[in-house]
Every structure is written in structure tokens, then in C-alpha cells.
Write a protein that binds this ligand. Sequence first.
Ligand code: FES
Length: 164
Amino acid sequence: MAVCEQHKELYEELDAYIEKVKDKPGMLIGVLHKAQELFGWLPQEVQEHIAEKLNVPVSEVYGVVTFYNFFSTKPKGRYQIKVCLGTACYVKGGDRVMERFLEELGVKAEEVTEDGLFSVHPVRCLGACSMAPVVLIGEKDFYGKVTPDMVSKIIAAYRRGGSQ
Ligand code: FES
């Protein structure tokens, strides 16, 4: 399979990781985590590559990937924007915040922007209902009491390369 330079490096890093852990029990999940961390998601080629390297059937790899919902088989943006649509956030306007993100970025929910930077994901309660409506970007950039008018400023901060 032809892979671009950047992907070549990612595969090399993945292979180095596999080399380190391949004899440990239960390493498949760890390897899949590593692959998702590197690629942002788990393309089919990557799953096949892992199966080959670990010498396990591809069906076993698919099985694990589809069983756990933290594994993604669809591409995601570098910055994953999770907009809470749980009840507390919804009644405080979470749906309007969601719409504004989609509008500003010109994507549908779960789609990735053309530059690969953003994807927007509706999620259930993020456990911070008193701050509703809430938005989580990546794993730890948390925004509370978000209004639609704050959305373009939030996006602009990430375009510049980081949270505001
Ligand atoms: S409903 Fe959104 S944080 Fe709880």
C-alpha cells in the first residue's frame, strides 16, 4: 500500500510501539489506543496492519474496535468539539450552540472540516450541568455557559493554534 511521508512516520511509530508490547497479554487494546492516538481514528488499513503485525485474525481486531465505543472508525478533526446536548444543556440552548458551530465550520455533525482541524460531535451529559450549556474541545478544554455568540471566538483561538 502506498502511504504518504507523514503516514509513513505514523506507521513507524506504531510499529515501534507494537514491537515493545507485542508479547504482553491483552496488548491488542493498548495497540489500538496507540494507533488511534497517532492517526486520530482507526482506518481499515491500520486495523489490517495491526492484525498482520500481531499475527491475529483481522476479524478479531474489527471485533474489538466495534465493541468499544471509544474507538472510532471515522475520521475526526484535530480538535474534536463536543457539544453537550444532555437535558440541562439542551434546555439552556445547547442545540443553538451546536448549530452555530456547524454553521461557522460549514460541516454536518461528525464530519471533519476540509482543513482537517475540526469535527463537531453531539454528546450526552458531560457532568457539569451547573455550567450548562457546555462544550469540551479535545480532552480537557472545557467551556461553560457557552452562547452562540462565543462560538466564532472559540474557533478562532484554535485556528491560531490553541485554546483561548
Ligand atoms: S447536561 Fe450537559 S453537562 Fe450535564
